[in-house]
Design a protein around this ligand. Structure first.
Ligand code: OFO
Length: 165
């Protein structure tokens, strides 16, 4: 049986992953309307991944005798200034998610909930990858600046970007 305090915190994480999925869907849609097919594909896939992260948490809470609560999701940002804005928000968002995961890990250790601690290790590893990816992409965009040819190639590269799940 999962501790109530931990159940509540994982439910907050469910909400955070749902918001991530929504935000990335909004980024995908914006990019699509601007002709950035590669960026759109990248964020459509990322949105799906975040939904998977959310589902994993929902199933875990219920398997441990808790009750996963399905939140309503506020409307995410609809319009972005440029690609650098999109990817800066992507990085900031992932850093915030990492902080939440770390807080959860900490809570599990304090309460000696080693089962949940073990379950969360997948998220810890995932966040390292996500943050590194966001930083790498943002660095590339900084190098490209306003160069249209560079942005075209950047978008084309993202279209071929491999997905890990
Ligand atoms: Fe992109 O993060 Fe989920 O967990």
């Amino acid at each position: 049986m999962i501790l109530k305090e931990i159940e509540t915190k994982i439910n907050e994480q469910v909400f955070a992953e749902a918001k991530s999925s929504h935000l990335y869907l909004s980024m995908a849609s914006w990019a699509e309307t601007k002709g950035y097919a590669g960026v759109a594909k990248f964020f459509y896939l990322h949105s799906d991944e975040e939904r998977e992260h959310m589902l994993k948490l929902i199933k875990y809470i219920n398997e441990r005798g808790g009750h996963a609560l399905i939140p309503s999701i506020p409307q995410p940002l609809k319009v972005f200034d440029c690609l650098a804005h999109v990817f800066k928000d992507f990085l900031d968002h992932e850093v915030a998610i990492s902080n939440m995961i770390n807080g959860l890990v900490d809570l599990c250790l304090k309460n000696k909930d080693y089962t949940t601690h073990n379950f969360l290790q997948w998220y810890v590893a995932e966040q390292i990858e996500e943050e590194a990816l966001a930083r790498t992409i943002l660095d590339k965009l900084k190098l490209i600046g306003d160069d249209k040819g560079g942005l075209y190639l950047f978008d084309r590269d993202l279209e071929k970007f491999p997905t890990d799940e």
